[in-house]
Ligand binder design. Structure first.
Ligand code: ADP
Ligand code: MG
Length: 580
């Protein structure tokens, strides 16, 4: 018997319901509005009164309307066909619709029920299996998509039968499993999972031990993110958060990409719709969309749907991680998510925390970030979810609660600075405030020693130090004047400009400069450090400036030339003779 209820109060999307039976927090219910069933989620229960947030406009809703509770949480459907799909936060398939906006009470099927997939069995009759173990495989694009024992299954099962190789729809029973009570259960290619609960089904979650290459120098060289690591990009409006995140999406070394777009502006979300399907993946030469899922929220969608979208995106990533794949989750912007939490909490008249955000904002953000990570599966293979979110602090104030809470949760911090953006020093990642905690992990240091160069992290710290010294010198020069400081101040300043222009700055819109492979990053940092290691004597500061400007010019030409080209190596020759 389903619990039923009656609407007793409405404040925007928050509806109070008098219930006739048990309901639980996060349970899903449907409100009947003249035959249209609108989905809502329980956020608080108080005796026989439940507060539910409706995922749609509550226009026309009135006291006395009927509610039916589902006895389950908000779930997503997981199965072949998630990739190359565009969903909203409730997993409505937006790409199959003519118009981006669903009618109220309209929910679409996230997976194509008619499409057939070429299935190959992995498990054999008689095998003992557990939740998340692989039963078979289909090809989704060119990625192996594992059909797994549903994550909700508890204990051990015996495989009673598995379908032989063949072409089947997602709803076909591909295996029958027997539990320890002797009962048979059917497994299809689709399973459901509640989005707010992390998918388990792995053996362990060790610390990350390698980095995820992005082709962006400020990240890979100076503040690398681990595979299975976490990072965030705070920055004022227009400083390049979206451009940087798209660069990571296009170039990041991952099998599967999930983008959660909670648009700052509606047209940004539309841009994703139109731009992403056109993009070519630099790693495979195929359409990037083939291995991408987009979760979109347009600004006219209600707060509750916005809140759900990041969880939906994370759950899809965890699903692919369980197949032994490397997944990259990007959320732009998580501030929209936090604002959704704030709106709901205010409507519930909860005691507000800082800036009226919920008191437990920090815990909510930490819990979410902790779902990322590298895992060792039961079969010994590994999978990863790397998560990078953007934060858009009002007025660029990094002391606001969302930025502060995210700083505690994420291991990499890529602070975009207004003054760098104003000077067109893109990506505007601040070289001194930004950091990667992974540079302190012994596993990561060892990995970089082996794959990039022995002593690499020391070189990275050296480069950061050059920038720091340059900034101090610049301050002195500003106070005392060009002639009031020793020549070494000018030299230090220009060495830091060299690091800035050649390593930090990168043109996301240049076909060659946009993507800088790690091997090339190593070459450039070594070259820049070789230049900076030398002592230079100049007659006056103008000569110093001229010398470094010319040098920077040659090095920038290198960044714009193909690594293998003659051009690149002839600029390199020029540089070498200039510093000889
Ligand atoms: P935000 O998302 O922070 O509001 P955007 O990512 O939309 O900002 O960036 C705003 C503008 O800054 C872009 O349209 C682009 O002109 C410029 N820009 C940002 N990053 C770069 C980059 N790496 N290279 C060149 N231009 C950039
Ligand atoms: Mg943006």
């Amino acid at each position: 018997m389903k619990t039923k209820g009656i609407v007793t109060g409405i404040v925007s999307n928050l509806v109070t319901v008098k219930v006739d039976g048990p309901v639980a927090e996060n349970e899903i219910c449907f409100i009947d509005l003249g035959g249209v069933k609108m989905m809502a989620e329980v956020i608080k229960v108080n005796g026989d009164s439940a507060s539910v947030q409706v995922f749609e406009s509550t226009r026309g809703l009135k006291g006395g309307d009927k509610v039916e509770f589902e006895g389950r949480m908000l779930e997503v459907q997981l199965g072949p066909g998630l990739l190359s799909s565009v969903y909203d936060g409730l997993q409505n398939n937006l790409a199959t619709m003519e118009n981006v906006f669903l009618q109220r009470g309209e929910y679409t099927d996230p997976l194509d029920r008619k499409k057939t997939w070429d299935f190959t069995p992995i498990a054999k009759v008689g095998d003992t299996v557990m939740a998340a173990d692989w039963l078979g495989e289909v090809k989704e694009g060119w990625l192996p998509h594992k059909i797994m024992v549903p994550f909700s299954f508890e204990g051990e099962y015996k495989v009673k039968s598995v379908k032989e190789a063949g072409s089947y729809t997602v709803d076909t029973v591909i295996a029958v499993l027997t539990n320890d009570m002797g009962e048979d259960v059917n497994v299809t290619m689709v399973q459901k999972w509640p989005v707010k609960i992390a998918i388990k089904g792995y053996k362990e979650k060790p610390r990350p031990n390698k980095i995820m290459e992005t082709g962006v120098r400020v990240i890979d060289t100076l503040n690398p993110i681990a595979e299975g690591g976490t990072g965030f990009i705070p920055g004022p409006f227009g400083c390049g958060k979206t451009v940087l995140q798209h660069a990571i999406a296009k170039q990041g070394d991952a099998d599967v990409i999930v983008m959660a777009a909670c648009g700052e502006r509606a047209n940004e979300v539309v841009e994703i719709f139109t731009e992403f399907p056109e993009l070519i993946d630099p790693h495979t030469g195929r359409h990037l969309m083939e291995r991408t899922t987009i979760i979109c929220n347009t600004s006219n969608m209600p707060v509750a749907a916005r809140e759900a979208s990041v969880y939906t995106a994370m759950t899809i990533c965890e699903y692919y991680r369980a197949m032994g794949l490397k997944c990259l989750l990007l959320a732009d912007s998580t501030s929209r998510w936090a604002q959704a939490l704030r709106e709901m909490s205010n409507r519930m008249e909860e005691l507000p925390g800082a800036d009226a955000f919920p008191v437990d904002l920090s815990a909510i953000i930490s819990n979410f970030y902790s779902r990322a990570g590298m895992v060792v599966l039961n079969n010994g293979q590994t999978g990863a979810v790397t998560f990078i979110g953007t934060v858009s602090p009002a007025g660029g104030n990094l002391k606001e609660p969302v930025t502060e809470s995210t700083k505690k949760a994420a291991r990499c911090f890529y602070a975009l600075e207004q003054n760098r953006a104003d000077q067109k020093r893109y990506p505007a990642v601040g070289p001194l405030d930004s950091y990667s905690k992974y540079l302190e992990y012994p596993e990561i240091i060892e990995y970089l020693d082996k794959t990039v160069e022995k002593g690499w992290v020391d070189k990275v710290l050296l480069a950061k130090n050059i920038v720091r010294k340059g900034k101090e010198s610049a301050e002195q020069i500003n106070i005392l004047g060009d002639d009031g400081v020793p020549m070494s101040y000018h030299v230090n300043f220009w060495k830091s400009e060299l690091v800035d222009f050649v390593i930090l700055q990168q043109d996301a819109f240049d076909a060659i400069d946009a993507l800088c492979p790690l091997e090339r990053q190593r070459f450039m940092l070594d070259l820049v450090l070789e230049i900076c290691a030398k002592e230079y004597e100049f007659e006056d500061f103008e000569k110093c400036r001229e010398f470094f400007k010319n040098l920077i010019n040659e090095l920038r030409q290198m960044n714009y030339s193909a690594y293998e080209s003659e051009q690149f190596w002839s600029y390199n020759e020029n540089v070498k003779s200039m510093i000889a």
